[in-house]
Ligand binder design. Structure first.
Ligand code: SAM
Ligand code: SF4
Length: 325
């Protein structure tokens, strides 16, 4: 599929649930209400849509949420998605808490690799950011993912002023001894947490300067793929990599080939734009695969060029956990 700006769209992120076992301050309000089960896509509905998207050329899928690992029957769902003809790569973004039990079964079911969220190596700060999470559980999850071969391991760190802007140095240091990629993400504003997010953004250039002041100059790794939001760097002598996702200060919309399917069956064309196209209603109304394909192709063609944060256009309808980050 191609959009009207000539971007090739072949990467789908599927949110398996809007619910989560944490409540990260930048992601959702503390007293979040979640969708009822009947409002969410069933396993069979997800698999049908995966077949339809694969027929349209989608070959890369990332499972996300909310927290994807809390979805019942996840391993079987992964197995069936990965065995869909045309799907070459299946990955997941997770907070890692349940990976000690799930990493190996997920790998055996066909999951290729995971991105795990980790904002600090300080247990108290971790609890403050996630509202109750235990750092040791995430670390156990990271090691379980590595032992299961869900590699290369990528760690996502959202940098939030007042919470973890100093902690980026310790996280960057991990790449000296582990072959992991640590990616520093600029905070993005959404829905109910937009005001907080806007005031707590730490620009990537500040994060980079902090890391370089402590650990030495970063060298750029050649061969950067424009479709990857994180430009890769390395600390001198490091085993792993460092990336910066500067959505706010350096938008990468030009190379964006991503579309998202929310847990309640809406096709979201840009993370930071509220425009969505409903797939759940036509699916449940018994529309044919061909009719679904027409809706999807038309929606994708009209994928917005990029976000409007610089002009203060903020996505209001959903927070990140309801979209699928
Ligand atoms: N629960 C899983 C996790 O935390 O990795 C997957 C879903 S989570 C919404 C996906 C990613 O979005 C995480 O890396 C999270 O840190 C990031 N995220 C959440 N809210 C964000 C925000 N306001 N700005 C930037 N990134 C955000
Ligand atoms: Fe849950 Fe992930 Fe959002 Fe944190 S970032 S509240 S782990 S969905």
């Amino acid at each position: 599929m191609w959009d009207q700006y000539g971007r090739h769209i072949h990467y789908l992120r599927i949110s398996l649930t809007d619910a989560c076992n944490l409540r990260c301050v930048y992601c959702m309000p503390e007293h979040m209400t979640f969708k009822r089960r009947e409002e969410l896509l069933t396993d069979e509905e997800i698999l049908r849509l995966v077949r339809v998207f694969a027929d349209l050329g989608v070959d890369k899928i990332r499972l996300t949420g909310g927290e994807p690992t809390i979805r019942p029957r996840l391993v079987e769902l992964v197995r069936r998605i990965k065995s869909t003809p045309g799907i070459k790569e299946l990955t997941m973004t997770t907070n890692g808490l349940l990976l000690p039990e799930l990493a190996l079964p997920l790998k055996q079911a066909g999951l290729d690799r995971v991105n795990i969220s980790l904002d600090t190596l300080n247990p108290e700060k971790f609890r403050a950011i996630t509202r109750w999470g235990r750092l040791e559980d995430v670390m156990a999850g990271i090691h379980a993912a590595e032992a299961a071969g869900l590699e290369p391991i990528k760690l996502n760190c959202v940098v939030t002023r007042g919470f973890n802007e100093e902690d980026v140095v310790d996280l960057a240091r991990l790449t000296l001894i582990h072959p992991w990629e640590v990616r520093f993400i600029e905070l993005m504003p959404f829905g109910d947490v937009a005001d907080f997010a806007q005031s707590a953004v730490v620009p990537s250039r500040e994060t980079r300067a902090r890391i370089e002041a402590a650990l030495g100059p970063l060298e750029e790794i050649p061969g950067y793929d424009l479709r990857d939001p994180a430009r890769p760097f390395r600390l001198p002598g490091a085993q792993g990599r460092i990336g910066f996702i500067d959505t706010i200060s350096n938008p990468f919309c030009e190379g964006c080939g991503r579309i998202r399917l929310t847990a309640d069956g809406k096709l979201r064309l840009c993370l930071l734009r509220d425009r969505e196209v409903d797939l759940l209603a036509p699916l449940r109304a018994g529309e044919s695969d061909e009719a679904l394909k027409r809706i999807i192709v038309d929606a994708v063609y009209h994928k917005p060029w990029g976000h409007g944060l610089a002009r203060n256009i903020i996505p209001k309808e959903r927070v990140m956990s309801q979209i699928g980050g």
